[in-house]
Ligand binder design. Sequence first.
Ligand code: SF4
Length: 217
Amino acid sequence: MNSIKKINHDIINCKKCPRLSKYIREIAKNKVKRFQKEAYWGKPLPGFGDIKAELLIIGLAPAAHGGNRTGRMFTGDSSGDWLARVLFQHDFANKPSSEKVGDGFYLKNTYITAAVRCAPPQNKPTREEFENCLPYLENELGLLTNVKVIVCLGRIAFDSCCKMLEIKKERFLHGRKIKYKNFVIISSYHPSRQNTNTGRLSWKQWNLIFQKAKKSL
Ligand code: SF4
């Protein structure tokens, strides 16, 4: 029988994608200068949050020096900073920063997961890696029985969500809201530096995504 504990155990020990398994270990070994003194997680990353959550957030994959370092999704990098701040603003988190495991940060009525659980080179998982990881997402959703709203961060997360729910012919568009069965699915640009530093995703646009999510609960 599945439980979050069992899924998380399976994720952490997963080696289905040789390229990614090798890459995350290498990153953990060859650290960047600023994190030289830290022990990297360097393993596939499970989701985290409230298993009774009504809000599910799906990201792309852990960041090489973010989640792959700290051992928690969206923790210890700039995407995590944006996410923690906006979640706090809408009362989905107890504080506005998520820096490391043991920092006291927790989610309220929210669960965070990702389409792919190992940090991929250049943030680009292959089609096969994406397919390999999808069952973990399906199993999680099967256990998160209160989920009403799914926020997908980026096209890959959106595609994973559509595939998981067998939604066909829907296109990713920032700010789009789709109603499907018992779910409201909202898609957003990913809060990566590539988007936030270039103005592709402004704070105002980002904040509106979570306003919409809150209203849809
Ligand atoms: S990406 Fe997913 S399926 Fe591939 S090795 Fe990591 S946890 Fe396993």
